[in-house]
Design a binder for this molecule. Structure first.
Ligand code: SF4
Length: 287
């Protein structure tokens, strides 16, 4: 099999840990004109956190979710947009405002590799004396040609440098990859997995590319310029990626998660359990 996040958390904390998602009120350099304006072609208006009520303060978001999510411990995940994209003092204040309860065991911070600096690493190291921290980097692909097509706004060398900085500062990181990007096939996915393994990441999130309403990808799809990956191709490729990973990384997820009302395609993406079961079945066949 593979190392799941739930087994890792159980082993490390000995309790049931669940994730709560936070909109920290950040934006993204790929949207505000610093490196781009339209964002990545698949990015929705809420910057990958469509279900979060970002109008509330961080501490309100935390307390509401602690009340509604039954668990013994929590991961506070800063999800929307680029959560290291602000002056360090602003970052410190926003991160600290999420740490309102001792049951929060992990602060997880989603960001872009071009927004990791030595100063930010110092801040994270400092905060890691209060709470466990990991950073989540949206690499998506190791192929620089694809990165241009999806308007990611940085190349692979930037990811390598961010990974190096995080490793040097002993800050664990999880890297996100997407299977089914325009023009990519199995070989690209395996190469991306190899890159993530060799970069020193402790974890990986594997998503399928889905088409969400309001994105550039949705326009491409409607014009016939993008065909979503099929259920069979996705599950087969994901199984091969997991086989490649073995037990080197903690696998945080193996499916995409688009809100139903915003999903344009593919329809199979709505049945998460079916996707997971099929990937596991195929992985078993590879053993
Ligand atoms: S880096 Fe993230 S938040 Fe920024 S445009 Fe891309 S997907 Fe959206």
């Amino acid at each position: 099999m593979y190392r799941t996040l739930s087994s890792y958390l159980k082993e490390k904390y000995g309790m049931k840990i669940k994730k709560i998602c936070i909109d920290g009120g950040f934006t993204c350099p790929n949207r505000d004109g610093t490196c781009g304006t339209g964002g990545c072609i698949y990015c929705g208006e809420r910057g990958a956190g469509e279900h979060i009520d970002g109008l509330k303060s961080i501490s309100e978001q935390v307390s509401e979710q602690l009340a509604s999510t039954k668990a013994d411990g929590y991961i506070a995940y800063f999800q929307n947009f680029t959560n290291t994209y602000a002056p360090v003092e602003v970052l410190r204040e926003r991160y600290l405002s999420a740490l309102t309860d001792d049951r929060i065991k992990v602060l997880a911070i989603g960001t872009r590799p071009d927004c990791i600096t030595a100063e930010i690493c110092d801040l994270l190291k400092d905060l890691s004396t209060k709470v466990d921290i990991w950073v989540e980097l949206g690499l998506q692909t190791a192929n620089d040609d694809t990165a241009k097509v999806i308007h990611r706004g940085y190349d692979l060398s930037v990811y390598r440098e961010a990974a190096r900085l995080l490793m040097e500062n002993s800050i664990p990181f999880v890297t996100h990859m997407i299977i089914g990007l325009p023009g990519e096939g199995e070989a690209d996915a395996l190469r991306t997995a190899d890159e993530i393994i060799s970069s020193g990441a402790f974890g990986i999130k594997i998503h399928s590319l889905y088409v969400m309403e309001g994105t550039e990808l949705a326009e491409m799809y409607r014009k016939g310029l993008y065909e979503p990956i099929s259920f069979d191709e996705y599950t087969e490729t994901a199984a091969k990626v997991l086989d490649r990973i073995g037990d080197t990384l903690v696998v945080h997820r193996i499916t995409g998660d688009c809100p139903r009302d915003l999903l344009v395609a593919p329809e199979w993406n709505t049945d998460k359990q079916r996707v997971i079961n099929e990937i596991r079945r195929r992985l078993g066949e590879l053993k």
